[in-house]
Design a protein around this ligand. Structure first.
Ligand code: NAI
Length: 340
């Protein structure tokens, strides 16, 4: 059995790290059939009129699974985020970003093992902005009972499935009483009615940030709306070694897109310096997802093989520059493959 998977290389360092991940998965004999499609500036460069071509969306919908590199979004103008658009068009409502300390990557904290669950479809990222009159702009924050309830179920279901003990909701309902208030109300209702075995708590997000940087080992699953989730994901990455080591998944009812937390890193793009580990870890999440949803043991086996190999490579001191090493993207990929 082989599984059709869409590979979207993306922009900047995207193609470098995405192709390194593909090479590693192929060497691990992962039962995958790759279909390459494009998004972002890479799509425009290939003659598409849209940064998110319909044929890319259709292919992802048809295959049900994609591995995606980062796509560049211009700041303060130009086209809207391809990443946000893809999550909305495919209804990939739940983002999961596991943040763990890695042996061989020394950081300020040991034993960090938390999971950021981010609502992916609304909040301030609904993208409803208006210039009312010159010099006066409004951005609309959207919260619906449906999406808040859906993400709460998602986070608690995830906690139960992974043997996690606690879900903490980060919010600012003291100021945004209606929108964040709705998120809290829905989360509490879902908890009380369906998941009483999990500990539920709430933290105001500014205090939560302070506690995270003081002692992240006290957190388990943390759940929040879209914008907070975006910011907190990068903060948490910084606690365990940076953006080069934090993977992610965007999960919907029928479709899932796996991608690293990091962006297209224009400052190092095209130089072969990027750390491919975050997208490689995302591809391990993808293999585990395929194993769980399609019952294919070969995917589980390949996932374990890749994870064991990158863990050993790190312990042996193989590192890219972001982690204080000397290796380039392809060299690090070679070191992983050499440990199969
Ligand atoms: P970024 O994550 O691309 O880079 C931040 C810093 O981390 C840079 O110094 C970069 O060199 C470093 N970095 C990131 N990934 C790395 C890796 N794998 N190995 C080594 N170093 C790495 O964030 P930035 O600069 O804010 O955004 C750049 C572009 O990426 C923007 O256009 C942004 O919109 C886009 N972006 C796309 C995302 C996605 O496709 N999911 C997510 C975040 C940003």
């Amino acid at each position: 059995m082989s599984h059709k998977v869409v590979l979207i290389p993306g922009d900047g360092i995207g193609p470098e790290v995405a192709h390194a991940a593909r090479r590693i998965l192929d060497a691990a004999a992962a039962p995958l059939e790759w279909i390459e499609r494009h998004a972002g500036i890479a799509a425009l460069q290939r003659g598409f009129k849209d940064v998110l071509p319909q044929e890319t969306v259709d292919e992802v919908e048809q295959c049900g699974v994609a591995l995606k590199g980062p796509c560049t979004t211009p700041v303060g103008g130009g086209f809207s985020s391809v990443n946000v658009a893809m999550r909305k068009r495919l209804n990939l409502y739940g983002a999961v970003r596991p943040v763990r300390s890695l042996a061989g990557v020394p950081t300020r904290f040991e034993g960090v093992d938390l999971v950021v669950v981010r609502e992916n479809t609304e909040g301030l990222y609904a993208g409803i902005e208006n210039e009312i009159t010159r010099g006066v702009v409004t951005s609309l924050k959207v919260a619906t009972e449906e999406a808040c309830t859906r993400i709460a179920h998602f986070a608690f279901r995830y906690a139960v499935a992974r043997g996690r003990k606690r879900v903490t909701v980060f919010h600012k309902a003291n100021i945004m009483k209606l929108s964040d208030g709705l998120m809290l109300r829905c989360s509490k209702t879902v908890h009380d009615n369906w998941y009483p075995q999990i500990v539920y708590d709430e933290l105001i997000i500014d205090a939560a940030c302070m506690r995270l940087v003081q002692d992240p080992t006290r957190f388990d699953v943390i759940m929040m709306e879209n914008l907070y989730g975006d910011v907190i994901s990068d903060l948490c990455a910084g606690l365990v070694g940076g953006l080069g080591v934090v993977p992610g998944a965007n999960i919907g009812e029928h479709t899932s897109v796996f991608e690293a937390v990091h962006g297209s890193a224009p400052d190092i793009a095209g130089k072969g310096l990027a750390n491919p580990l975050a997208i490689v870890m995302s591809s391990v999440m993808m293999l585990n997802h395929l194993a769980e949803t399609r019952g294919d043991e070969a995917c589980k086996k390949a996932a374990n093989k890749v994870r064991d190999a990158y863990n050993r490579a790190l312990l042996d001191g193989c590192k890219t520059r972001d982690l204080g090493g000397e290796l380039g993207t392809d060299q690090f990929a070679d070191e992983i493959i050499a440990r199969f």
